[in-house]
Ligand binder design. Sequence first.
Ligand code: AR6
Length: 175
Amino acid sequence: MISEKIKNQIQVVQGDITKLDCDGIVNAANRSLLGGGGVDGAIHRAAGPELLAECRTLHGCRTGEAKITKGYRLKAKYIIHTVGPIYSGTAEDAAQLADCYLNSLNLAKEHDVHSIAFPAISTGVYGYPLEDATEIAVKTVAQWLEDHADYAMQVIFCCFDARTERVYQARALQQ
Ligand code: AR6
């Protein structure tokens, strides 16, 4: 069960994450951190070339971990780059996907971020089944919010398409 307090800290919206006005947005990147397609490509295009220059200094990122950069031309002050698992159907996928959310939230808190938007990590090119990934995303975020009840954090699940939004709405309300 997710308490009403936690539910009020979680929002589901449909749209383009690069347009959101919050302290930080999360990028579903790859291990190189040097850009790609999907939401990664959109974030790099919107943030501008300075982002790639900073990413080059980070020397990649392991699956499940997260690294932070400035937001450059975005409204968001920070971009938190995390690398979701490429879906293989093993238990490790779920653990790594949960780590993406946990490590992103921890890094956000370290940088005094109080509002953060997540895309549906791994559910595009990386092939994670949407329902399963959504369950992990919502549960992991809700648990983190419970565990950090003394820290004001607003979490936005930014869904690019209508189907993703429907699944997130159903999952977020159901629990
Ligand atoms: N705003 C919000 N969500 C978006 C946007 C956007 N502008 N664009 C796409 N999405 P994906 P992955 C959604 O494939 O599965 C990249 O090439 C998309 O509809 O971007 O983690 C990286 O470099 C889907 O719901 O990320 C990696 O190589 C979700 O974002 C690889 O893809 C995630 O889809 C990572 O794959």
